[in-house]
Design a protein around this ligand. Structure first.
Ligand code: NAD
Length: 339
C-alpha cells in the first residue's frame, strides 16, 4: 500500500472508531489526551490499602499496576513488603497509611476487625480519626450489613463517606481484576471512587444506601454455599455409581446444572485439592451473617440454615483453614460405613 493510501486508511480507522491497526493502537489526538489525563489523575490519587491477605494483596498490586499511588498496611509486615516489591509503598500503622490518602480501602476478615480499624480500638486511632474530611473510605470486606450502616453513620459525622463494597470472584478474580463489586452508601462518593473500583473488577454496581452492598453479598454467599454442597453431594453420588466423574462434570457444566461454582471448584474437588481459596472459617462467618439477616427481616432460608450447620460441622472438625469446597469431605463422611 502506498504512503498516501496508508494515511487515508489510518484516518478512516480513527474516524470509524477502530482502535487497532496491526499491532499498534490507532488513537485520535483527543483519545490520547483523555488517556494521558486519566493516567495523571490516577498517579495523583493516593490510596491507603489496609489488609493485604489472599484478596487484598493482589487487589492492592492491581491498583499499583493501574497507575495509582498505593500505601499498604497489614498486621503481619511481610505482606506489606510484598506490596512494596510490586511498586507500592509501605506503612507501619493505620494512621501512617491513611495520612494524605484520598481513598482508604479496607479488606479485613470480619466485622470486629473492620470496626476496630475504622473506628479505632484500645486507645489506638482508627481510619476515621486519621482521615481528612472528604476522604472516601471503601470497606471491601464481607461484614454484617448493620455494622456497615453503623460505620457509614460514624463517617458521615466526620464528613468522611464510608461505603460498603464487598466483592465476589475469589482469589482468581482478585488476581485478574475481574471481581464483581456490589456497593452501598452515598452515591456521589461511589461515583468519585468508581475509577478505583473499575481497576479491581469487571462488574461494579451501586446497590443503594449503606449496607445494601453487604446484603447482596450475603445473598451471594447463600447461593455459593448451597451450590457447593449440592456439587459435593453429586460427586459422592456419581462415585457410588462408578461413573467417570471428570466426564460427568464436563457434561453437567454444559447444561442447566452448569455454574461458576461447578466450573471453578469441581476440578479441584475431584483432585482433592482443598488449599484455600476461600477458607471454611470465612464462609462460616458469612453464613452467620445470612441467617442473622434473614431472621432480622422475618424470612426463612431453610436450605441456607442447613448448609450453615454443615459448614459449622466442617469447621468444628478442624477444617476451618481448608477451602470451602472441603464440604466434599463432610458429605463423604456422612455416607461412609462406620470403621
Ligand atoms: P485473609 O485472612 O487472607 O486477609 C486478611 C488480612 O487482614 C490478613 O493479611 C491479616 O493479617 C490482615 N489483618 C487482620 N486484622 C488486621 C488489622 N487489625 N490491621 C491490619 N491488618 C489486619 O482474608 P481474605 O481471604 O483476603 O478475605 C478478606 C475479606 O474478603 C473477608 O471478609 C472475606 O470474607 C472476603 N472475601 C474473601 C474471598 C476469598 O476468596 N478469599 C472472596 C470474596 C470475599
Amino acid at each position: 500500500m502506498g504512503r498516501r493510501a496508508h494515511g487515508r486508511r489510518l484516518r478512516r480507522l480513527v474516524r470509524t472508531g477502530v482502535r487497532e491497526h496491526g499491532r499498534r493502537p490507532v488513537r485520535s489526538a483527543r483519545v490520547l489526551v483523555r488517556i494521558r489525563r486519566r493516567k495523571r489523575q490516577r498517579r495523583m490519587t493516593t490510596i491507603a490499602f489496609i489488609g493485604l491477605g489472599v484478596m487484598g494483596g493482589p487487589m492492592a498490586a492491581n491498583l499499583v499496576t493501574a497507575g495509582f499511588t498505593v500505601t499498604g498496611y497489614n498486621r503481619s509486615p511481610e505482606k506489606v513488603e510484598r506490596l512494596v516489591a510490586a511498586g507500592g509503598r509501605g506503612a507501619g500503622s493505620v494512621t501512617e497509611a491513611v495520612a494524605g490518602a484520598d481513598v482508604v480501602i479496607t479488606m479485613l476478615p470480619d466485622s470486629p476487625d473492620v470496626r476496630a480499624v475504622i473506628l479505632g480500638d484500645d486507645g489506638v486511632d482508627g481510619v476515621l480519626a486519621a482521615a481528612a474530611a472528604g476522604t472516601v473510605v471503601v470497606d471491601m470486606s464481607t461484614i454484617r450489613p448493620d455494622v456497615a450502616r453503623e460505620l457509614a453513620a460514624a463517617g458521615a459525622e466526620r464528613g468522611v463517606p464510608v461505603l460498603d463494597a464487598p466483592v465476589s470472584g475469589g482469589e482468581q478474580g482478585a488476581v485478574d481484576a475481574t471481581l464483581s463489586i456490589m456497593a452501598g452508601g452515598d452515591e456521589s462518593a461511589f461515583n468519585q471512587v468508581l475509577p478505583v473500583l473499575e481497576a479491581l473488577g469487571s462488574t461494579v454496581v451501586h446497590m443503594g444506601p449503606a449496607g445494601a452492598g453487604q446484603t447482596v453479598k450475603a445473598a451471594n454467599q447463600l447461593i455459593v454455599a448451597g451450590t457447593l454442597e449440592l456439587v459435593a453431594e453429586a460427586l459422592v453420588f456419581l462415585d457410588a455409581h462408578g461413573v467417570d466423574r471428570e466426564r460427568a462434570v464436563t457434561v453437567l457444566g454444559g447444561g442447566l446444572a452448569g455454574s461458576a461454582v461447578l466450573d471453578r471448584k469441581g476440578p479441584a474437588m475431584l483432585a482433592r485439592d482443598f488449599a484455600p481459596g476461600f477458607r471454611v472459617d470465612l464462609h462460616h462467618k458469612d453464613l452467620g451473617i445470612v441467617t442473622a439477616a434473614a431472621r432480622e427481616a422475618g424470612v426463612v432460608v431453610p436450605a441456607g440454615a442447613l448448609v450453615a450447620q454443615l459448614m459449622a460441622s466442617l469447621r468444628a472438625q478442624g477444617h476451618g483453614s481448608l477451602d470451602h469446597s472441603a464440604l466434599l469431605l463432610l458429605v463423604e463422611q456422612l455416607s461412609r460405613p462406620r470403621p
